[in-house]
Design a protein around this ligand. Structure first.
Ligand code: P6P
Length: 331
């Protein structure tokens, strides 16, 4: 983790500096990232004022995932659709909260266009108890030539042009990877700008912490239970918030391993591949960690068949992931 020398670099300045590395870049991706930045500031304000403005709680219906939709899920989703919709370079938007992707511009254009996928408010069930929540986003190149416009979305996570998340915790942080490396920004509310505080983050090589919902232990495959027994016999601690974005952020900064194994209720895994697992897996890999869907299967290599498909997840420090695989394989 290389700390910034005493310089003031905003997220906007960072995005433009990254764009300048690619002389052929026309600025379309920069505009999209700028839309995500302003969305994050608006959502952060709504999250922090939610109880004061009485927008906590559910809207009384389920989303496409069969989960109770929170009022702030809808608000955050609307903010992202409104800011991204205004960006010429966005061809398609796909959200956890929308059953169908929103096709904004499907014709080919001189400028490259992109697909933006997101979970607008991951972990929103934590809102009522002032727990951490976040926005997770994934950006893919749009291909006007491939069959139906929506087929452009079904690309492996390794093809993400950019990926990242915003965590609305004790501070509001923006974690971003554009092509290489991982950089960390913190919102300065007095200035209204995300300030870069870490460049080229590297995940610690190991840490005796695992993050899993142990309430599902009985329905985990044997190998995962074998790993948990081994970890508990070797002095590991458990940390789990119920918001993947918060659990993964801790692991990015402190090391450890996050697991969401297959369960009887979710034999394919619970977490959504396209807009939860893929972007977070790219962040972890680019920080030097590992991200698998099963022993020996790299998560970013999955060829998606459906926008809302789910996957098991094992990600974190490379050594910690290796230990999980070793115990699952019964070595
Ligand atoms: P469980 C939140 O709903 C989420 O999608 C992830 O952010 C989180 O890691 C997981 O589900 C929590 O699921 O079954 O442990 O409540």
């Amino acid at each position: 983790m290389s700390q910034d020398p005493i310089r003031i670099v905003t997220l906007q300045a960072h995005i433009l500096a990254e764009q300048a590395r690619y002389p052929e870049a026309g600025g379309t991706l920069s505009w999209i990232l700028s839309a995500l930045s302003i969305s994050a500031k608006i959502i952060a304000d709504k999250v922090r004022r939610a109880r004061l403005e009485n927008v906590l709680g559910s809207v009384g219906r389920e989303n496409v995932q069969g989960e109770a939709q929170q009022k702030l899920d809808v608000l955050a989703n609307d903010v992202l659709l409104a800011t991204l919709g205004g960006r010429e370079g966005v061809a398609i938007v796909a959200s956890e909260e929308n059953e169908e992707p929103v096709i904004l511009r499907e014709e080919a254009s001189g400028e490259r266009r992109y697909c933006v996928l997101f979970d607008p408010l991951d972990g929103s069930s934590n809102l009522d108890v002032c727990g951490a929540v976040g926005t997770i986003f994934s950006i893919l190149a749009y291909d006007a030539g491939v069959g139906l416009a929506r087929d452009s979305l079904l690309q492996p996570g390794a093809r993400q042009v950019a990926a990242g998340y915003v965590l609305y915790g004790s501070s509001t942080v923006f974690v971003l990877s554009i092509g290489h490396g991982v950089d960390l920004f913190v919102l300065d509310p007095s200035v209204g700008a995300f300030m870069r505080v870490e460049r080229n983050l590297r995940i610690p090589a190991g840490n005796k912490v695992y993050s899993v919902n142990e309430g599902n232990r009985r329905s985990f495959p044997d190998g995962y239970r074998r790993y948990l027994d081994w970890a508990q016999n070797n002095g590991y601690s458990s940390r789990y918030t119920g918001a993947m974005v918060a659990d993964v952020h801790r692991i990015l900064l402190k090391g450890g391993v996050f697991l969401y194994p297959p369960t009887q209720k979710a034999p394919e895994g619970k977490l959504r591949l396209m807009y939860e697992a893929n972007p977070l897996a790219m962040i972890i890999e680019r920080a030097g960690g590992k991200a698998l869907c099963a022993p020996g299967e790299r998560l970013l290599d999955i060829h998606p068949k459906a926008i809302h498909q789910r996957t098991p997840v094992i990600l974190g420090s490379a050594g910690e992931v290796d230990d999980v695989v070793r115990l699952i394989d019964g070595v």
